[in-house]
Design a protein around this ligand. Structure first.
Ligand code: DGP
Length: 115
């Protein structure tokens, strides 16, 4: 837990969120500013600022994030039509919260390339 991290506080329950999933290692919640009908963020409870800060010791945790996102996408009914995972990295990548979060976006056709 990092005191000044909003997503650490959300995972700890200190800031309210619309929970989608939680276990010892992971937490998932609906984005406050959804970009699609389904927009969920999957985060590790442990504070890692960006995926570029992850090391070999984080490989299993990152894999669990992906598999949990797959389960959430299925629960949201996104798999048949297709959907998108997004990991924004750093300033030019559009990252605004520096605690790893995997966006799960779906429920409408999504344009490519992104802006
Ligand atoms: P990114 O730009 O990739 O760093 O995405 C950060 C996302 O986090 C953005 O889509 C809005 C979302 N967000 C920021 N603050 C909060 C919050 O307090 N609650 C929730 N549910 N989402 C938040």
């Amino acid at each position: 837990m990092t005191d000044d991290c909003i997503f650490c506080k959300i995972a700890a329950g200190d800031i309210p969120s619309e929970k989608v999933y939680g276990d010892e290692e992971l937490y998932a919640f609906r984005d406050i500013n959804p970009g699609a009908p389904s927009h969920i963020l999957v985060i590790p409870r442990r504070h890692i600022p960006s995926v570029t800060d992850a090391g070999p010791e984080d490989a299993e945790l990152l894999g669990k994030m992906m598999l949990r996102a797959n389960a959430i996408a299925a629960e949201e009914g996104l798999v048949d039509k297709g959907f998108r995972y997004v990991l924004n990295c750093g300033e030019w990548g559009g990252q605004t919260v520096f605690h790893i979060h995997l966006h799960v976006l779906g429920g409408r056709p999504l344009a490519w390339p992104p802006g």
